[in-house]
Structure formats: C-alpha cells, structure tokens
Write a protein that binds this ligand. Structure first.
Ligand code: ATP
Ligand code: MG
Length: 422
C-alpha cells in the first residue's frame, strides 16, 4: 500500500505544538474579547466572486487562489484570507453598528512553500465595520500590539502608512505608473510585468536591482487630500499617546486592492526579509459597497499564527504550556482497577493516564516516568486486598520528598486534591 504524506505547503501540527497553538488563540481571544469583539466562524469556501473583490490584479487572485467548480457547477474558492468573507457576512446579516468581529482559522494560497510561507496557514484577526473614527485605527493597532506583548514578544516592529482617499490613491498610482515607465530600463523584468498590472506593487519589490528606482519613486504623502492627511495624523497621535512605537514607511502598500487610508504591518525579527511580516491590516472603506452592501467604513488586521510562533521561537518566549497529566495509574492486578480509578479521577477533574495490556510493574513505572506525571498511583495485590492505593512521587514532582504513602481507596480523591498543585 502507498504511504501518503502531507501535500507541499501543508503540515500536521501535533502536540505539544498544537497545545501552544491553541494557547496562542486563547491569548488572542482574551485580548480582543476584552475590547468588545465577538467571534465569527465563517465558511472556509465561498463563491469565487467574494474573493475577486480583493482585486483582479493581485497575486492572491491571479496566482494563488484555490478555486474550482463544485459538483453543482458553482465557482467556489477556498478562502485566501478572512476579510472578504467577514465583510460578505456583514452585508448578508446587517448586524448593528459598530460591528466588532474576531476570527481564527486557516486560509489557502497556492504559494511557493518555504519556512514561514505555506499553502495552508492560520490567521487570527479582527474586523470593525461602521466606524470612520481615526481613534479606532489606533485602538485596533493597539490590540495587536497588546497581543504580541502578552505572548512576550519584544522585537516586533510596527510599520505605518496611509494610502489616502481612493482619489488620492488613484492620482498617486498614475504618477507612479509615469515614473516607473520612464525608468523601465532600470527595473527587473519581473517588476516590469508587475508595472503593467499594478504599479503600487512595484514598490513592494524585494529585488535588489529595483531598489534604486523604487527609492526615487514619488511618495504617497505628497498626494494626500486634507481629510486623508488629518485622519493619518490623528492615528499617529493616538499611537504616540499609547506609547506604541512605529516607523512611517511611505512604500508600504500591502497586497490587496481594497485598502484605503491607514495601512500597517507588523514585522518580526526572526524571519528572512521576504517573509518577515507577522501581521498586517488597514482600512477598507470601499469593500462593503463592492460586495453589494451599503457604503460602510471598515478596518481590521490579520496576524499569521505560523509566523508569530516562529517569532516566539526566535525570541525564546511563549513556550508550549505543560500538558502532562497529574497522576499515572499503575495497575498490576489486570487493569480493571485502573479503568475505574482513571474514570473516577477524571470525573473529579484530576488529569490522569494509565498503561494498558497488563504490562509488568517495571514497564508501567517506566511509562509513568515518561508521562511527566507528578505521582504514580500503584495498585498491586496487597492494595487490592486492603482497599488501599500507594501514592509514589515521581521525578516530575516538584520538591524532593519521594516518600510513598498508602491511602485508603475512599480517601483517594480528597488526598489527591490536597497534594496536587492546584
Ligand atoms: P507576504 O507579503 O509575506 O506574502 P501578505 O501581505 O500576503 O504577506 P496578508 O495577506 O497581509 O499577507 O496576511 C497577513 C499575515 O498572514 C501575514 O503578515 C503573514 O504573517 C500571514 N501570511 C500570509 N501569507 C502566508 C503564508 N502563505 N504562510 C504563512 N503565513 C502567511
Ligand atoms: Mg503574500
């Protein structure tokens, strides 16, 4: 029989990594629910049209989409990101404004797989619909900042920019197109291709050969309308007020077409420059309308779970929480005692595990040590006859008292509750 492995760009996440994964989502949920966000669990695939709104010229749509026709002849796609689906949900359900939603889950993009870049990757994020107040932009950014701080990360940097109002952005794109076309000879062939589709994305080029031309390009700040400039100034003032450091980078344009005004990215210290963005977001004031809803301002961010954990590794923070059981039951009388004792302990919220298949005492004690449990609970012939169990501290136990004690079966749960760390 063939042995199957994961497809390129996908991974199995096993314990203890999965425990850490869930802990990260828990930290995120705590941070954002404290700020009034409720969770949305949207479907993993949608009508292709929902994602086409990301911009027909973006890589996500032209190159990376997992789209197909289902058995009913519908054009659907696995979601490449969450914002479009969340805004589609907003248009469909019309919740009260402001609507604050958070999410966690996988996305799918057909990318060149490498460390920190996968074809299935997870994000946590938030979206807020219905508020144009620049103070909200600062608040939302502060939530991501708080989340990184709670994980213990200290080397994540915040990069800020504004893309102006749609008209500012349009005038800017024209100016960029002119500029890059005039300097086309100095661009790499890849960037010349990008220029035809989306001049903004040329600014994103990470190729060294493009650096000089990109450095001399017009800057968006010179194209801001008064209202866009004022909005951005208030956002930055808000970040100052909260003591959140940032760098303004006029070349930060981000991948998706729907961004307006505030855009930002969180950059980690751990990964190579081509994928060191641990998260990003911005305003998308036109998206609800593009998806058939009423004109509604929106802002949000998405943070890459995989890359955030790589950053945690690099900074040596946020270890996997221990998932060792407290007690390991060693039963050398056939295994029925272990069956009922583990059942009772779990019912009393005491975590425990056991060995199976009637192994020898020696082999079961080895398993007990390997389990990381603080105590072995031993049932042999004598214990069975006396109605007792023997409680033996293991190496996993804090403190060095290794004296074993005999406990009447009837006192087992209260005794364990006393000796186990709560
Ligand atoms: P990049 O420029 O690295 O491709 P992006 O701009 O495409 O990132 P977004 O669409 O803004 O990324 O998604 C937000 C976050 O999701 C990114 O900052 C990153 O942490 C994560 N992310 C995006 N694509 C991937 C991927 N293929 N694998 C792992 N994480 C990803
Ligand atoms: Mg990308």
């Amino acid at each position: 029989m063939p042995e199957y492995h994961t497809s390129p760009g996908t991974r199995d996440i096993l314990a203890p990594d999965s425990t850490r994964w869930r802990a990260l989502v828990d930290v995120f949920a705590r941070v954002v629910e404290r700020a009034g966000f409720g969770q949305i669990i949207p479907p993993m695939f949608e009508d292709l049209g929902v994602f086409l709104r990301l911009g027909e010229a973006t890589d996500i749509v032209t190159k990376e989409m997992y789209d197909f026709e289902d058995k009913g002849g519908r054009r659907v796609a696995l979601r490449p990101e969450m914002t479009a689906g969340v805004v589609r949900a907003f248009v469909q359900h019309r919740p009260l404004l402001p609507w604050k939603a958070w999410y966690a889950g996988p996305n799918f993009r057909y990318e060149k797989a490498q460390q920190g870049r996968y074809r299935q990757f997870d994000q946590v994020g938030v979206e807020v619909l219905g508020v144009d107040d620049p103070n909200l932009d600062a608040e939302v950014i502060a939530l991501a900042w708080e989340f990184y701080g709670q994980l213990g990360l200290r080397q994540v940097r915040l990069v800020m920019n504004s893309l102006g109002e749609p008209e500012d952005r349009a005038r800017y794109v024209d100016a960029l197109r002119d500029y890059f076309t005039r300097n086309e000879d100095a661009l790499t062939p890849e960037s010349r291709q990008t220029l035809l589709r989306n001049p903004l994305r040329v600014l994103d080029s990470k190729r060294e050969h493009d650096a000089a031309v990109v450095a001399g390009a017009p800057v968006i700040a010179d194209f801001y309308s008064e209202s866009a400039a004022a909005h951005f100034a208030t956002v930055l003032a808000g970040l100052d007020r909260l003591g959140i450091p940032y760098e303004v980078r006029p070349s930060l344009v981000r991948g998706l077409d729907y961004y307006r005004k505030t855009t930002f990215e969180f950059v980690g210290a751990a990964l190579e420059a081509s994928q060191n963005a641990v998260g990003g977001g911005g305003r998308y004031d036109g998206l609800a309308e593009d998806l058939g809803g009423p004109a509604t301002p929106g802002i949000g961010f998405a943070l890459g779970v995989d890359r955030t954990l790589l950053e945690c590794d690099a900074e040596g923070v946020f270890d996997a929480p221990s998932r060792n059981v407290s007690v390991f039951v060693v039963d050398v009388t056939g295994g029925q005692e272990a069956l009922s004792i583990t059942h009772d302990l779990r019912g009393a919220a005491i975590s425990c595990d056991r060995a199976y298949e009637g192994r020898s005492m020696k082999s079961q004690m080895k398993a007990a040590d390997r389990s990381g449990a603080g105590y072995a609970l031993i049932i042999g012939g004598d214990e069975l006859a006396n109605g007792t169990v023997t409680l033996r501290p293991l190496a996993g136990q804090a403190g060095d008292d290794r004296t074993q004690i005999s406990i009447p079966r009837t006192d087992l749960i209260p005794t364990l509750k006393r000796v186990l760390p709560s």
